[in-house]
Design a protein around this ligand. Structure first.
Ligand code: GDD
Ligand code: MG
Length: 324
């Protein structure tokens, strides 16, 4: 089976860091978001086709230098085609059925159960749904007693959401659905295509367990805490020469002597952290410099950014080469 992974979004909710780093390459718990997704594909998936657009070259270069566990192939959009247009553009030789994944979703449930559900029930597809408190930022499904999806509304107003069960960004589809997407024009899969597929029978697989769309700073850091706790990255022990507590993921090329950790921190390549600096619940990208005595909490610090000595950064996103 093949997986089609949507990876062409602009990452607007993670600006300014996504002006230079595509969302999927932001490291969480020691490895880029995209690799957490690729490494959890169910057994039986033998190729992932990455539908890229924004910063396709950077993603291509990274994937070539750091080959994922399963073979990947990239298909880039010249102009952004939306989720549906991207699927149509990249889906030329998909398997039947194929898996569809958003590349910013961190989940703790067993995706093999989704495949079994599709095999049992048939229909044109099965979507993994999760229950959330506020469904309005997501695609929301109305279900019948048989878990068949009767209605699907993308990003409804909160009071108009038909339920609290939302599209988890992991689904399985018959190949024929790709033929239902107009070619070479921007199309939203969720808004324009999924509703037209419902008469052909689309079922839900209701998953329980951890789920997060890591597309905003707060949710990205929550996903990172989960990955550390679940042992899916980093380690409990802090590096020699530092104080405080893990878990942390510290790249071996980083220099962190004399730093203090408060847990759930990723430190990327060639980062320099000065003595007496404090880091907690944060992601620090390549070559950033956290000067002596500075503190960084609940934040994302972009590549080559600098946090000045003694300065405190809390709940912030710093872009490439920013100074704070
Ligand atoms: N190739 C391509 N082209 N990919 C795109 C494009 C595009 O033009 N636009 C977005 N993507 C990719 C993003 O990179 C991301 O992996 C995925 O499609 C979904 O886009 P997001 O921008 O993250 O959408 P969302 O989080 O607002 O909503 C989606 O995900 C929710 C669950 O996390 C929808 O699928 C919702 O229905 C769903 O509930
Ligand atoms: Mg998203």
């Amino acid at each position: 089976m093949k997986a089609l992974v949507l990876i062409g979004g602009f990452g607007t909710r993670l600006r300014p860091v996504t002006y230079s780093v595509p969302k999927q390459l932001i490291p969480i718990a020691g490895k880029p978001m995209l690799y957490h997704v690729l490494d959890e594909l169910p057994p039986g998936v033998d190729e992932a086709v990455l539908a890229t657009g924004y910063k396709a070259d950077e993603i291509g270069r990274y994937v070539t230098e750091h080959p994922p566990k399963i073979p990947v192939r990239m298909v880039a959009e010249v102009e952004p085609l939306g989720t549906g247009g991207g699927m149509r553009n990249a889906g030329g030789d998909m398997s039947d059925p194929f898996l569809l994944l958003n590349s910013d979703v961190i989940a703790g449930f067993d995706s093999a159960a989704l495949l079994a559900r599709q095999a049992e029930r048939g229909g044109v597809g099965t979507m993994t749904l999760v229950e959330v408190e506020d469904p309005s930022p997501y695609g929301v499904a109305e279900l019948d007693g048989d878990d068949r999806i009767l209605r699907f509304v993308e990003k409804p107003r909160r009071e108009e959401a038909p339920s609290r069960w939302i599209n988890a960004g992991l689904s399985i589809w018959k190949r024929e659905v790709l033929g239902r997407i107009p070619d070479r024009v921007p199309v939203s899969w969720e808004q324009e295509v999924v509703p037209t597929l419902l008469p052909g029978r689309v079922y839900a697989y209701r998953a329980t367990g951890f789920w997060e769309d890591a597309g905003t700073p707060e949710r990205l850091l929550r996903a990172q805490r989960y990955l550390f706790e679940a042992g899916r990255g980093g380690r409990r022990a802090i590096p020699g020469g530092t104080t405080g507590k893990g878990p942390v993921a510290v790249d071996p090329s980083a220099s962190v002597d004399g730093a203090t950790f408060g847990g759930s921190v990723t430190i990327s390549a060639h980062v320099v952290v000065g003595a007496g600096a404090y880091l907690e619940d944060s992601v620090i990208l390549d070559r950033a410099n956290i000067e002596p005595g500075a503190s960084v909490l609940h934040s994302i610090v972009g590549p080559r950014a600098r946090v000045r000595a003694g300065h405190r950064v809390s709940h912030e996103v710093l872009g490439e080469a920013a100074e704070a």
